[in-house]
Design a protein around this ligand. Sequence first.
Ligand code: ARG
Length: 465
Amino acid sequence: MAGGKLWGGRFSRGTDALVEEYTESVSYDRALYAADVAGSKAHARMLARVGVLTGAEAEAICGGLDAVKAEIEAGTFEFRTDREDVHMNIEARLTELIGEAGKKLHTGRSRNDQIGLDFRIHIAARVNAWVAGLRRLIGVLAARAAEHKETLLPGCTHFQPAQPVSLAHHLLAYAFMFKRDVERLEGALDRVLVSPLGAAALAGTTYPVDPAFVADELGFRGVFSNSMDAVADRDYVLEPLFDASLVMAHLSRMCEEIIIWANPAFGFVRLPDGYATGSSIMPQKKNPDVAELMRGKTGRVYGSLFALLTTLKGLPLAYNRDLQEDKEPFFDADRTVTLSLACMAGMMEEMGFVPEAMARALKKGFLNATELADYLVGKGLPFREAHHVTGRAVAHAEERGLGLEDFSLDELKTFSPLVGEDVYTVLDYATAVARRATPGATGPASVAAQLDALACWLGATGDGS
Ligand code: ARG
């Protein structure tokens, strides 16, 4: 065998060192070692069951694979670049350890279906870890929301003051986005957990393999339907990458608000010391670097999604080596999403909200203008006229640096004789919030229902651990 390769039979010369460096994947796919060992053990047991291996051979293989795994975990295993990838590293070491039986492990299997199996096992585990991270964050947001049902701040559209909302309502908006992210990821698992083992190189195999047995052993939810599809597609990587991209988009929007709110011009939050950094030149600075980096790293996760989408788009069926390029984008995105979720949960747990600053901001921007218009409609004025009258009142108030609620009753009557003493209750910001009691609205009753729904969902779907 040229250069000692497991596939070296037809080669008379070894691989060029440069090519070895260019084509190897073991430097990063070694992260799949546990999945590779589990997959190979299930494959060996299946081969024994269908009579391709003897029971003793399968036992020797499983014992040997456990020994290899133990070496890897003890740090004594030597991953060799000349053995190309994690599969051949483990198989070669297995044969060194147990002899002849090791050489039979790869019967009825190809690295093409093997890598699919390994990667799917790994991705499913990571998706579950993201789900656990999301659930923790949702729990933190719900807890902080419960503390701030009475705290009001300007709700914005176009990032301009629009109507008052409760901080609880604002925080829960993100919690519900993250809940959908969980649901999306859990849905993706139905497609990730489809076992490709038995597809072999691309056409299936002449050995009487039992793909369903392997799938069952490994906790998969189903088995491939078409062997070419099983080794050719990477939708099971892309779908979680998309879901991760959306998680990052949601995190990034939160980050943007944290950064704005931390600016003293707003002062809505005080960043926890553990989640902020200082400046080497400006002693007063407390920078929201965690939020900035998370916003920045969002692009990196999108990049992983687009890298793999691009890799896939021109490939003829079935397996092509290009597909090896699916690992690093996923690993990088995984690291980013996992750390981002943990950082956001930690930061939100300790975030110092400043209700007084939020209350001061409420007074700027005529957040109660809709209330005045609706009040006039209630007194019989058509909405378009009420809108116009209120607009005039706002213009006058703005000129004099007042809020609508600062006008005397006589002044208000100059805009419309329909205005009475009861207008001041309506103009009150807390009243404006409290009156929004429809499902999903910002009023305390609606917010309490949202909190209940979230608590119920978190409880019903387990603690994710
Ligand atoms: N390292 C390869 C990958 O990640 C494993 C499959 C290799 N198959 C092959 N026929 N060379 O895709």
